[in-house]
Ligand binder design. Structure first.
Ligand SMILES: Nc1nc2c(c(=O)[nH]1)N[C@H]1C(S)=C(S)[C@@H](COP(=O)(O)O)O[C@H]1N2
Ligand SMILES: [Mo]
Length: 320
């Protein structure tokens, strides 16, 4: 697979049709049920014909103490080499078919063991209490490539604390949209859908776990998991579930999609670990997209200082 090298420039410089939305307008534009058919008509399109979201500027962003200062991958790289099996198996498929997906309106169901009421929340209501920040993270795919991405988002823990899970909630389970009419991969049944992921509660509450709504200061493109996706930088990429429609506080460890598909290759924990090889390839090295030479993979993708103690006493070769 040959990756075209793109110059490292801000997305705002390569997107002439940049839209100047302020935060409040973004929240309204990104809102799901709150807009509904009437809102869609105000935006000038009938509800049934809404296209992939135009990108919107996310405004002032607070920088994060957790950001890496490594070279960031270009916007072009981040948005054209993707894994999103709902759009197909090839790395170019998500970009190629991204416009098939409608992300407005968007609602997220939050339910399970919690004190707040279970309900379908408009994306606007999911986002509105939170302050967005920029977090430049390494993302290490299980296929031994990696990128550095300037995500925009807010800590998953802030959302969890809002919904007040009870002591019975030991895990958080996430689901991606199931809509075969727009996802050709779901029509092809190339995996078991909907795509499911999960985190143990302490992992979900770790300050590094991010709910992301943007990249390079703008709302996510569909190929990156619009309008809201998870980013768990110390774990292999498949844990970072895209286009989330359901968040559930559960008692039992969720059966995540790749573990169901190929259990001896993909586990639940999926912590980046150069010492535990994938059955079909080594995990010791990785290729940073855009670089010619491979580099060493770091334990926990270099985030051990923040996360390693959560796994004290666990055998990470058995819990892969
Ligand atoms: N719903 C869904 N989420 C998904 C995937 C997918 O196929 N479906 N692929 C995962 C994998 S394997 C990786 S490496 C990352 C890639 O994220 P990116 O394309 O934004 O870099 O998304 C993850 N999230
Ligand atoms: Mo991945």
């Amino acid at each position: 697979m040959l990756i075209k090298q793109a110059p490292d420039i801000r997305s705002s410089e390569i997107t002439p049709e940049r839209l100047y939305y302020n935060r409040r307008q973004f929240i309204h534009a990104a809102s799901g049920a709150a807009l509904g058919a009437a809102g869609a008509a105000v935006l000038g399109q009938p509800a049934g014909e809404l296209q992939a979201a135009p990108q919107e500027d996310l405004g002032e962003l607070r920088p994060s103490q957790f950001s890496t200062d490594e070279r960031q991958n270009s916007y072009e790289e981040i948005t054209s080499y993707n894994n999103f099996y709902e759009f197909g198996l090839d790395k170019e498929d998500p970009k190629r078919y991204a416009d098939d997906l409608t992300v407005k309106p968007w609602t997220v169901r939050v339910e399970g063991h919690m004190n707040r009421p279970a309900a379908d929340y408009a994306l606007e209501d999911i986002l509105s209490p939170h302050t967005l920040e920029e977090r430049i993270y390494r993302l290490r795919c299980v296929e031994a490539w990696s990128m550095v991405v300037p995500w925009v988002g807010f800590p998953l823990r802030d959302l969890i604390q809002r919904f007040e899970p009870t002591s019975r909630a030991r895990f958080v389970r996430f689901e991606t949209l199931y809509r075969p009419s727009e996802f050709r991969g779901q029509r092809a049944r190339n995996l078991q859908y909907p795509y499911v992921e999960g985190l143990r509660m302490d992992e979900a509450l770790n300050p590094l776990a991010l709910l992301s709504v943007g990249i390079y200061g703008k709302t996510l493109l569909n190929q990156n998991g619009a309008p809201i996706r998870l980013v768990v930088p110390w774990k292999y990429g498949f844990k970072s579930i895209k286009s989330i429609v359901k968040i559930e506080f559960v008692e039992d460890q969720p059966r995540n999609t790749w573990n169901v598909a190929i259990p001896h290759e993909y586990g639940f924990y999926a912590n980046v670990n150069p010492d535990v090889d994938h059955p079909r390839w080594s995990q010791a090295m990785e290729r940073r997209i855009g670089n010619f030479f491979r580099q060493r993979t770091q334990r926990f993708n270099g985030y051990g200082y923040q996360v390693a103690r959560m796994y004290d006493g666990m055998d990470l070769a058995r819990n892969y």
